[in-house]
Ligand binder design. Structure first.
Ligand code: NAD
Length: 323
C-alpha cells in the first residue's frame, strides 16, 4: 500500500518561503504558457449557493496535483475560513499518491506567489504607497509576498469589516509596516503605487478616476463571469493587462469577460504571466497603469505541492501514513 505524506497548513507555511516558491511558480507559469503542462479547465459546481472547484494539472518536473476547493462567503460569520481545500499530489510515472496537504494555506501561498511574480516584472520603480482592498485571509499572504518586490512607504487598507481591518493592521504593523486605515476604497487607492485587490466583492472597488500612474494593480477577486472588482476605466486606461490564463479569465471573471464583450479591450492585447516570465511579452513598458488579474490555476497547486513535498522529505517534516 502507498505511503502518503500528510502536510498541515502550519508545516506548509514554514516550508514554502517566498524566496523559494516565487521562482518555482514563475517557471510553472512559463511552462503553462508554452503549452508544456496538462491543465484541463477546472470543474466548477455550485453547492448550497457556494462555489466548488476541482482543479487538476500535470506540471513536468513537479508532479500531478489535484485540488478540491470551495468558497463559502457566509463562513466569515461562522468563524470558519472562506476558502477551504485539500490538495493531493501524485507521482506522474507510477500514479502512486504521494501526499495530501491542507489546501487553504497552500492556495494562499501559491496565489501570493503569482502576485509576487507580477510585482517582480510590473511594479513601477517610483516609491509610494501600497493599497490593499479586502483585508481577509489572502491579504496577509499577498502583503508578505508582494512586499518582497515592492517596499511600500505605507500600507493603506480598506475593508467593509472593521474587525478585519483591525486584525490586519496588527499583523502588518507586526511585520514593520506603517499602516493607514482608510474609510473608503477610493481613499486607499488614490495615488497608490501598487494596489492589491483581495476582496469578495462582486462590484468594482478599484476605480480608474482615482489612479495616478504609474501604478500596478493586482486583482485576485471577482471570480465569476459577471463579478467585477475593477471598473471599466481601470481596464480601458491600462497600458498592459496580464492574466494567469487567457482561457480561464475569459470564462471566469467579469473583469475581463465583460470589457471584452463591451469592446473596451480585445483578448489579443492581453498577455499571460508565463509569457512575461519567458520574455515574449512585456510586463511594464511605460509609466502607466498595469494590471495583473488572476483567477487561479491548477499548475500553481501542483507546483507548490510538489515543492512542499520535496522540501518536507529533505527536512523530515510531516506525517507519513500507510494507506
Ligand atoms: N485568484 C486566485 O488565485 C485566488 C485564490 C484564492 C482566493 N482568491 C479570491 O480572493 C478573494 C479573498 O479571499 P479570502 O480568502 O481572503 O476571503 P476573506 O473572506 O477572508 O476576505 C475577503 C475580505 O473582502 C472584504 N470585502 C468584501 N467586499 C468588499 C468591498 N466591497 N470592499 C472592501 N472589502 C470587501 C470582506 O469583508 C473580507 O474581509 C476572494 O474573492 C477569493 O475568491 C483568488
Amino acid at each position: 500500500m502507498p505511503k502518503v505524506l500528510i502536510l498541515k497548513g502550519e508545516e506548509l507555511e514554514v516550508l514554502l518561503k517566498p524566496e523559494l516558491l516565487v521562482n518555482e511558480i514563475a517557471q510553472a507559469f512559463k511552462a503553462f504558457s508554452e503549452g508544456k503542462t496538462i491543465t484541463p479547465p477546472r470543474t466548477v459546481m455550485w453547492v448550497e449557493g457556494n462555489w466548488w472547484g476541482i482543479m487538476q494539472s500535470h506540471v513536468p518536473g513537479y508532479g500531478v496535483g489535484v485540488k478540491i476547493v470551495n468558497i463559502v462567503r457566509e463562513n466569515v460569520k461562522r468563524g470558519l475560513p472562506t476558502i477551504q481545500a485539500i490538495v493531493n499530489l501524485f507521482d506522474p510515472v507510477t500514479g502512486s499518491p504521494l501526499a495530501v496537504m491542507e489546501g487553504g494555506v497552500l492556495t494562499a501561498l501559491r496565489t501570493a506567489a503569482a502576485s509576487a511574480v507580477s510585482a517582480k516584472y510590473m511594479t513601477p520603480k517610483e516609491p509610494g504607497a501600497l493599497a490593499i482592498i479586502g483585508t481577509g485571509y489572502q491579504a496577509r499572504y499577498q502583503l508578505k509576498f508582494v512586499s518582497a518586490f515592492f517596499k511600500p512607504t505605507e500600507v493603506r487598507i480598506f475593508d467593509l469589516r472593521e474587525d478585519a481591518m483591525k486584525k490586519f493592521r496588527e499583523y502588518a504593523e507586526g511585520l514593520g509596516f506603517k499602516v493607514v486605515t482608510c474609510s473608503s476604497s477610493s481613499e486607499a487607492i488614490d495615488g497608490a503605487r501598487v494596489i492589491i485587490e483581495a476582496s469578495t466583492t462582486d462590484t468594482p472597488v478599484v476605480y480608474g478616476n482615482y489612479l495616478k500612474p504609474p501604478v500596478h494593480i493586482i486583482s485576485i477577486g471577482a471570480h465569476t463571469p459577471n463579478a467585477r472588482a475593477l471598473d471599466d476605466d481601470v481596464i480601458r486606461n491600462a497600458e498592459s493587462i496580464v492574466v494567469d490564463s487567457r482561457d480561464a479569465v475569459l470564462k471566469e471573471t467579469g473583469d475581463i469577460r465583460v470589457p471584452i464583450e463591451k469592446g473596451i479591450i480585445s483578448l489579443d492585447n492581453i498577455a499571460e504571466l508565463g509569457e512575461v516570465v519567458a520574455g515574449t511579452k512585456p510586463g511594464r513598458v511605460g509609466d502607466g497603469i498595469t494590471i495583473f488579474k488572476s483567477v487561479g490555476l491548477a499548475i500553481q497547486d501542483a507546483c507548490a505541492a510538489a515543492l512542499a513535498y520535496r522540501l518536507a522529505k529533505e527536512k523530515g517534516v510531516g506525517t507519513t501514513v500507510d494507506l
